[in-house]
Every structure is written in structure tokens, then in C-alpha cells.
Design a binder for this molecule. Structure first.
Ligand code: FES
Ligand code: FES
Length: 179
């Protein structure tokens, strides 16, 4: 070990778009995206469960892909577009939220923000997913309350509802409502 190993981490300058707003942050090299979102930007809708990449509670979208923000370094998100549960908008998000409410897809709600992020991704990528497909897609999101039945029903319902909406409107649907 050298003296330099004990010096304070000066941090890295990161420019990241979160829910449509650009933020410039100075982040320590080991700061997770989850902690940056919750502690720096006060976006506490992203929950922390295991903090080891296992439970999926911390799932957010980075450049339209679901990631576990507890094991994603904030410094690695320079130049990225991040969407948290607070920023979910548009037809897919609306359909997913309404379906979770209609199908009672939550109880305590701790896992729900991560479930919603994954659900939006699944419905967007796989609008024809079967309940078995959805169960497979949810393999990285743990819920200690629901037994998953209503969550799978909710995602199935959201995909069906969205199919009706897009057929009626004849419009393309994008994650987070972005074109
Ligand atoms: S808190 Fe990130 S996967 Fe559990
Ligand atoms: S609703 Fe309680 S952990 Fe999923």
C-alpha cells in the first residue's frame, strides 16, 4: 500500500440524464447508482433490499435496459439516460400501473418499483409474452408478499390492454413515453 491508497477519492464528474433532467454530479468511484439516485437526487422510489444484485428491488432503466442500480456504479453511467419509477410515463407505464392496481399486484409495496420497471421492459420487448414467459422474465425480481400470481396477471393484463390501445390509436409505444 502507498500513501496515495489512503487519500480521499476526489470523485469522477458524471453527466447523466435522470427522468429527463440533466444532472452533473461528482461521484466517488465506489458510489452505486442506487445511492446516487436516493441520496444525491432524493429519488427514493428506487428501493434497496439485498444490495447484492439478487432481489431486483433497485431496478431502474439505463438507456432503456433494466439494471440493478445497487451493483451499477454511478460513475459508469456518465452520458446515460436513466429512468426511475418516478419518471415512468407514457402508455406502457400507464398500462402497467393500472394493471397492477386492478390485479392487486402488490401488498407491502417494497418490491413494486423494481417490479414496475421490469414489467415495463417486458411489456415493451415481449408484448406477446405468455404467463410462463413472464414468470421467467421475473426471475430476477423477488417479492416476499404476493406469491407472484397477481403480478404475473397484472403484466399479462398490461400487455393485453396495451395491444388494444395501440391498435385503436395506431401509434408506436416507447419506454418511459420517450419517442
Ligand atoms: S437491492 Fe439491488 S438487487 Fe437487491
Ligand atoms: S409486495 Fe411486498 S415485497 Fe412485493
Amino acid at each position: 500500500m502507498t500513501d496515495d491508497d489512503t487519500a480521499p477519492d476526489p470523485g469522477t464528474a458524471v453527466r447523466v440524464r435522470v427522468n429527463g433532467a440533466v444532472h452533473e454530479l461528482q461521484v466517488p468511484g465506489r458510489l452505486s447508482l442506487a445511492d446516487a439516485l436516493r441520496e444525491r437526487l432524493h429519488l427514493t422510489g428506487t428501493h434497496l433490499g439485498c444490495e447484492h444484485g439478487v432481489c431486483g428491488a433497485c431496478t431502474v432503466l439505463v438507456d432503456d435496459r433494466p439494471v440493478r442500480s445497487c451493483i451499477t456504479l454511478a460513475a459508469a453511467c456518465d452520458g446515460s439516460d436513466v429512468v426511475t419509477v418516478e419518471g415512468l410515463a407514457g402508455p406502457v407505464a400507464d398500462a402497467v400501473r393500472e394493471a397492477f392496481a386492478a390485479e392487486h399486484g402488490l401488498q407491502c409495496g417494497f418490491c413494486t418499483s423494481g417490479m414496475l420497471m421490469t414489467a415495463v421492459d417486458v411489456v415493451t420487448r415481449r408484448p406477446d409474452a405468455t404467463p410462463d414467459d413472464i414468470r421467467h422474465e421475473l426471475g430476477g425480481n423477488l417479492c416476499r408478499c404476493t406469491g407472484y400470481v397477481n403480478i404475473v396477471r397484472a403484466i399479462t393484463r398490461a400487455a393485453a390492454d396495451l395491444g388494444t390501445i395501440t391498435a385503436d390509436a395506431g401509434t408506436a409505444v416507447t419506454i418511459g413515453g420517450r419517442a
